[in-house]
Design a protein around this ligand. Sequence first.
Ligand SMILES: O=c1ccn([C@@H]2O[C@H](COP(=O)(O)O)[C@@H](O)[C@H]2O)c(=O)[nH]1
Length: 484
Amino acid sequence: MENIDSRIRDLVLQLHNYGALKFGEFKMKVGVNSPVYFDLRVMVSYPQLMDNLSQLTPNFVRSKNVDFNRLCGVPYTALPIATLMCVKSDIPMLMRRKEAKNYGTKKMIEGRFDKGDKCLIVEDVCTSGSSILETYEDLVKEGLEGNDCVIVVDRQQGGHNNLLKKGIRVHALTTLSKALEILFEAGRIDSNVVEKVNEYTRANTIELANGVIIKSKSTNQVPDRIITPFSVRSQHSKCVLAGQLFKMIEEKKSNLCLAADVTSSVELLSLAQTLGPYIVIFKIHADIVKDFSQEIAGKLRSIAQSQQFLIMEDRKFADIGETVRQQYCSYSPWADLVTVHPLPGDGVLKALKTAFTESTSEPRAVFIVAQLSCQNNLITTDYTKDSVKMAESYSDIVAGFVCQSSDVIQSVGQLQLTPGVNISTDNDSLGQQYSSPDVVMGQKGADIAVVGRGIIKAKNIVETAKNYQTILWEAYQNRINHSR
Ligand SMILES: O=c1ccn([C@@H]2O[C@H](COP(=O)(O)O)[C@@H](O)[C@H]2O)c(=O)[nH]1
C-alpha cells in the first residue's frame, strides 16, 4: 500500500505539472466560479502519465479487493484510460455509446459479455456522479453488474454519496482534499488556496434526486475544521502547543489520548513507558495517584520527551482566578496541558495565563471543558457557546475544547478532545456514556479521542492501544476524505 500511496502522490504532482489540476478562478457548468479546475483530458498528450495511470489503477483496485471481469470507461476522457488498463491487465473492455445507433443492434454497450458479468466503471473526475450513474444504468439494462467504479479524482462534492445511495462503491485514487494536502506539503500551493478550495467544495455540494441535480444545504454547516488536514490547521494555531500537537498527530499517525486513571506511580510510569509510542497525550488525574510527587512528575516528563507525547493534568480548574493561579503554580507546573471549567468566567483563563508565565518558560496550554460526556450533566447549549466566545481573547493559551459535538469549535487552529470512547459502547454504572471510535471521529468531530478503561483494563494493553490508534486514525482519514 505504501508503494501505491507514493505512486498516487507522484500522480497528483504530475497532474499539477501538466495543468490537469489548476487553481485560480474558473467558470463552472455547475455552481458558482470555482477556485479549482480539473482538466484530465490533457492526460492523453502525456504518454508517461497515461502509462503510470494504467499500471497504478488496476493495482489500486486490486488492493481494494474489487471483484470484476470487464472494464468500461465513462465517455470520453476515461475511454483511453480504460483501453490502456484493458491492454496492460488483460481484462476485456466494453464501450458505452453516448447515443444509441438508429440502425443495426441499437446496443448502448459494445463488446463481448455475458449477463451477470461484473463490470468495473472507470472515470476521470467525479463531481455529482451523474455520468457514472448513466453508464451504470446502461450496463444494468444489458444485464451486467456495475457496482464498483474507480475514479482518478473525487472532487468530494457529493458524488460519492449520490452513487453510494444507488449501491455503487466509489474507489478514488485521490480525493480533492488529499490532492490539496500533497500539493501543500510539496510547497506547490499555500494554505490560503487550501482553505479557499475547501470552502468552495463545502458550499457547492451537489445532490442528485432522480438524476436531477439539486444543491445540498445541509453540508454548508460542516465546519472547515472537520475537513482541513492537520498540516494546514497547524499553520492557523495561535497557541504554540496546539501547533505542536497537530504535527505530532500527523507524525505518529495517532489521535489517541490515554486516560491513565491509575492509583500508583509505578503503574502510571509503566503505562507511560509502554504505551508512549501509540499516543499523543498522556492524561492523568494526579490527585488519584496515591504517591504522586513532583519527583514522579519529573520522571513522567522525561518519558514524555523520549516518547514524544504531551502530558495533560485533567485538573478541571474551577475556582476564582487567584486560587487557580496558586493551585497551578504549587501543584501542576510540570503539565504541558491542563483542563479548566469555564464556569468561573474569564478570570480563570487570565489566572492560568499568569501562572504559566510565572512558573515556566516552556509552552503551556489549556483545554476548556465546554461539554461533558456523562449523563444528566447540567451544561446547556448557551454555556457551551459562551465558553467558546470567552476563549476568543485567550487564543494564545487555549489549545482547544473538551467537547462532544462537531459544531462547538469553529477555529481550524484549535483541537477537539473527546472523552467517552470505548469499542464496547456499554455505559458504566456511574453515568459515563460511551461512543465507538468511528462515531467519535466521524460524527462527533473529535480530533483527539480520550480512551481510559477501554485500554487500561484490557488483557493486552499494548495490542489494545495499537488497535485504538489504528481505528481512530482510519476514521479520521475517512472523515477528511469523505465528509463533503
Ligand atoms: O466529559 C468528560 C471529561 C473528562 N472525562 C475524563 O476522561 C476519562 C475517561 O475515562 P474512561 O475510562 O474512558 O471512561 C476520565 O479520566 C474522565 O475524567 C470524561 O470522561 N468525560
